[in-house]
Design a protein around this ligand. Sequence first.
Ligand SMILES: [Zn+2]
Length: 192
Amino acid sequence: MATKHCPLCGENTLVDMQGEFRMDPPPNIPGGVIIIPDASWLHCRSCGEDILSHELDTVIGQERYRRLGLLAPEDIRGVREKTGLSAVDMSHLLGVGEKTYTRWENGRSLQTKASDTLIRLIDRNAEMFAIVDAEREPGRDALIGRYFTELEELKGSNRLAMAAHGADMSTEGLEAVRKSLGVLRKDRVLPS
Ligand SMILES: [Zn+2]
């Protein structure tokens, strides 16, 4: 079997491995043992280190989030991008600091179960969260009224139904929701 130089110990004992990859994370990392059935990686027979590709590392990360019952960082970013919300808007809706939210999106810390639930609900009904957000601010009645009028127009063209099902959202439906959310966001900075 062909061997390569190990970047860690320098020995010419790095071999290709294929099959079940098992990772026992240290106790401070939640999620427990992760097993990936069909993995490829490099293993050093001298120092015993496993060298993982970026792909395998990503798969392991996703599996950890799945086991914890949480959205993976790329899923969180996907929800935000799909709904056209900024990181500031997301942190506002979730009631956490922007830095905290960004850490969840970068995978540098785990979101709470409660926030995970809210992110899933935002995914399914972003406009309702924008309305709830708007309701908390004084002098928003006119704005909310206008927003509902716009939703009625969307409903007339069946775009609202599409927009309510984020996963199947057409470009047209997505643009419509973005536009409505944009109206709310833009008006937030105006004096009431
Ligand atoms: Zn080595």
